[in-house]
Design a protein around this ligand. Structure first.
Ligand code: NDP
Ligand code: PHD
Length: 348
């Protein structure tokens, strides 16, 4: 039998991606769509300004949106909620759902860096999920909050993990070129971004610099010991709809050649035997000199693969390469859903 799930912030930019990915999911049945009081009581198709390139799924469009209230009857038999709430609202609502016994798989940044909250990319640090036992004990709730990282962080960390495991990491520098969808539908006015680039995204560099070290850290005695290497990020918004591109420079501890980096990235496929519906090969390498490109490569692996190209020697660091991620799928809704699929397979 399928597990009943709900989406918080279901009408928003990331919420719509959740709806697309969950409407016909082999493990989950989407039965609750929650949003603000403005949307509650309306049919989903009327409450939400849908801007995806495929229509609202037939089985979803007439569902009635409910308020974000864990005690609402529609949540009664829901076990998992996916949160696509803005961070300030996530701070308030997510604990209320955990208190009601729900497993909250959150996209929001509100709880990512809390000591007892797992921040997880299942291919990288699935063992950190064990933190939920400590979380439940400390906070006295039956549910749990499990977070996925910031979109730009996910892209970089997936590529760094196989390098770290084989060669160790000394220093990493990342420059991002981030799509406008990362800021939500109303986030960046067209007058600001067309014919332009904005070299600032609030809090993004700090998130990349801290979240990456937690993700690549080690769980020891119920705590995450952060990874110990230097990471510097510089984040930019560009006029692309979907697809974050990152230029990544890596100095390893042991030294590595581009061919060796390519090999460890290509072999990196840790969950391939689990048959998780949203899983795709985490890293796909392109050999062409001018790839990856957002328009051409963002849908690789149904939007779940990081596409890496231009792996080459760097005169200062060991290597540099370009990585591309579909930011609202692998970087947001798809990441949360993969966390939930992994959790269900391993723990339920
Ligand atoms: N992991 C990642 O990398 C990414 C994460 N995100 C995160 O995902 C979250 C959602 O972002 P995004 O989809 O762009 O945001 P949007 O602004 O597009 O959507 C916000 C959603 O929250 C709902 N909402 C607003 N106010 C309330 C309220 N008072 N009570 C209940 N619901 C409310 C809205 O409902 P209504 O329509 O009724 O107003 C809407 O469904 C954010 O935390 C963002 O930072 C985003 C992109 C990538
Ligand atoms: N800040 C990211 C998206 C985002 O919302 O990130 P976070 O989940 O860390 O708040 C972007 O603009 O592309």
């Amino acid at each position: 039998m399928k597990i009943k799930v709900g989406v918080l912030g279901a009408t928003g930019s990331v919420g719509q991606r959740f709806v697309q990915l969950l409407a016909d999911h082999p493990m989950f049945e989407l039965t609750a769509l929650a949003a603000s009081e403005r949307s509650a009581g309306k049919k989903y198709k009327d409450a939400c300004y849908w801007f995806q390139d495929r229509d609202i799924p037939e089985n979803i469009k007439d569902m009635v949106v409910i308020p974000t209230d864990p005690k609402h009857e529609a949540f009664e038999d829901v076990d998992i909620v996916f949160s696509a709430l803005p961070s300030d609202l996530a701070k308030k609502f997510e604990p209320e759902f955990a208190k009601e016994g729900k497993l909250v798989f959150s996209n929001a940044s509100a709880y990512r860096m809390e000591e007892d909250v797992p921040l997880v990319i299942p291919e990288v640090n699935a063992d950190h999920l064990e933190l939920i036992e400590i979380q439940r004990e400390k906070r006295g709730w039956d549910g749990a909050i499990i977070t996925n990282p910031n979109c730009s962080t996910i892209c970089a960390v997936i590529t760094l993990k196989p390098i770290m495991d084989k060669f160790g990491l000394d220093s990493v520098i990342i420059t991002t070129l981030q799509a406008v969808s990362g800021a939500g539908y109303n986030g960046v006015p067209s007058m600001a971004i067309l014919d332009n680039l904005i070299p600032y995204i609030k809090n993004e560099e700090e998130k990349m610099q801290t979240e990456s070290l937690k993700l690549l850290g080690t769980l020891k005695d119920g705590k995450v010991e952060f990874a110990n290497f230097k990471l510097s990020a510089s984040c930019n918004r560009v006029a692309v709809i979907d697809g974050h591109t990152e230029s990544i420079f890596v100095k390893t501890k042991e030294g590595a050649e581009p061919e060796e980096i390519k090999e460890v990235m290509d072999k990196f496929d840790p969950l391939k035997d689990l048959n998780l519906p949203t899983y795709a090969k985490p890293i796909v390498i392109r050999e062409e000199i001018d790839r990856p490109q957002p328009r051409l490569d963002r849908n690789e692996g149904n939007g779940m693969s990081i596409v890496v190209g231009r792996i080459r020697k760097d005169p200062i660091f060991d290597v540099k390469y370009t990585a591309l991620e579909h930011n609202t799928i692998r970087g947001a809704a798809g990441a949360s859903i993969l966390n939930a699929e992994y959790f269900v397979k391993k723990y339920l």
